[in-house]
Design a protein around this ligand. Sequence first.
Ligand code: 3HC
Length: 311
Amino acid sequence: MDTLTQEKLEEKFQAKIDADIKIEPNDWMPDTYRKTLIRQISQHAHSEIVGMLPEGNWITRAPSLRRKAVLLAKVQDEAGHGLYLYSATETLGVSREDTIDDLHSGKVKYSSIFNYPTLTWADIGAIGWLVDGAAIMNQVALCRTSYGPYARAMVKICKEESFHQRQGYEIMTTLMNGTEAQREMAQDAMNRFWWPALMMFGPSDGESKHTEQSMRWRIKRHTNDELRQSFVDASVPQAELIGLKIPDPNLKWNEARGHYDFGAIDWEEFWQVVGGNGPCNKERIDARVKAKEEGEWVREAAMAYAKKHKS
Ligand code: 3HC
């Protein structure tokens, strides 16, 4: 293709983005836009599926039938979110098989937060409230992302995330209204999940290698730091309402900014976990590889049935 056509096409593409016209699978798009979407949406899908593991760990140990039913529903929702997002990835011309193999080989990432262990029942409350709360902050913005299938997947996912966040906050509220031991358990979960939840939004804007271009392409509608700040501003009053302490001595309301100031994030820890050295990285990938191997017969049976009954 001669450079003039390429330039013209890129100009027309950017004009559509700037006019907030959704880009659809069959539309022309720069290879770099397609690659960024494949990277982000597939990693988002991996995060949903790997995210089922820490919570799934407590389904058999939920303290009541109601808590078990709610947790089961949430974990099933996450599987659905993963399938939605793998389907959105496939619209960009990559196979689900290859996408999942990239996760298992360690070639691609999933959200760092899921490499932390769930040690007590209160962790399930902290994950629902903080992790899904952070995910909502990020995903509400993604409802306006420039790629059509991704934006549309987000609408359904966000509806379910609010239920996830609500049930997590209810668990934390119940514990904080409980015995001294239950309050301590909830505060311990808060102490272990607060900072990793802030890390979910990615490196600070100055360190983020994709944010500038992703904002230009309106894949991102807010920067990592903007979303992180909104999450802190929303979460502090919720914590205070039920008596939970935020584990950050530098947290302070800044009237002039109209936001909470908060302490420095341990980016060394973040990159260690992203780099595969978190507490549960190996366990998570081993579990996913095992699930794929043990599920081989199901896929074979489904393919054989589909072949036999092809209309
Ligand atoms: N965990 C792991 N890797 C992370 C990360 C995190 N929390 N934050 C950033 N990174 C990686 C990026 O993937 C990128 O690496 P790559 O080039 O190999 O992909 C690198 O760090 C630089 O970060 P950038 O900020 O430049 O990258 P992005 O522009 O992609 O921003 C993001 C990162 C904000 C996570 C963005 O990708 C995004 O918004 N993704 C969609 C939302 C998502 O994936 N959320 C994950 C949680 S899903 C969830 O919680 C499910 C809920 O139901 C529980």
